[in-house]
Design a protein around this ligand. Sequence first.
Ligand code: C5P
Length: 293
Amino acid sequence: MHVLAPAKINLHLRVGPRRDDGFHPLMTWMCTIGLFDSLTFEISGAAPREFKLRCDRPELPCGADNLVCKAAAALAARGSEPLGVDCFLKKSIPSGAGLGGGSGDAARTLAALNQLCQLGFSLAELEKLAARIGSDVPFFLHEPSAICRGRGEEIEKVPAPRARWALLILPAIHCPTPRIYQQFDAMQLGQEAALRDIPSRAWTQLAAMELLPLLINDLEAPAFALFPELAALRDRIERTLNRPVRMSGSGSSLFTLFDNDEPCEQARQSLAPEIDARILSVPICPSPDDDLA
Ligand code: C5P
């Protein structure tokens, strides 16, 4: 079985004050983008029955801490026997970029193994397992576009934005999520008022240049405090393209939006000689063609 796991961007990300459990309440609008990891799953006849992960990136740990293995373990723990499956993961989504790469892989693993091994879990059961694996995992069971609240696990599906293309900038900066939240706390950021609902249906109808100025990411301030070079890069891109640029999640990826593909590709070409970062022009809320489609 072949499955594609898309990356996400947080179009809008508001963060409240730290809760007693250490997590932060969120109100975020997330969308998938056309940047995918690829996963293949095969039932294995080998004894003992076990879930085995291999990956095309030698630097990526393939042990129990990998979110793909956590997803397989969560399913096996609810069943009567271990899952005898070989999985190969081909990574394209960078980690420490705020693109939910590991979370998307985990969610697609839950859905794929449920089908491949005929485990019979309902979507509600998969959601519970997903929330335990990570805050962003439940979204990927409900992509491509949703408002997420709580620590990220309360999902309300919304239409895809009218702005259907994103210019994605991937600087060579690794932003560890817990460190960005710690800095957020140290800077005493986080207001309950930030979590107020947005008129999400109305926002989905806006053109890119109407929507962009409304978008806020409360994790930009701590990320830019820890990585001033990221703030400088954002300013430079905004000046070059003459449009607002936002950070996704806890960073370090940056994005801006376009209504369609041509101006997005033109912007990619004009930016490429100006900055030292990978730049991609990607569709928003794509429909991947894989064995779960
Ligand atoms: O849930 P996940 O494992 O992805 O979270 C990684 C870290 O990000 C958490 O340990 C926590 O420090 C921080 N986090 C948070 N509030 C959230 C989501 C994540 O503080 N809503």
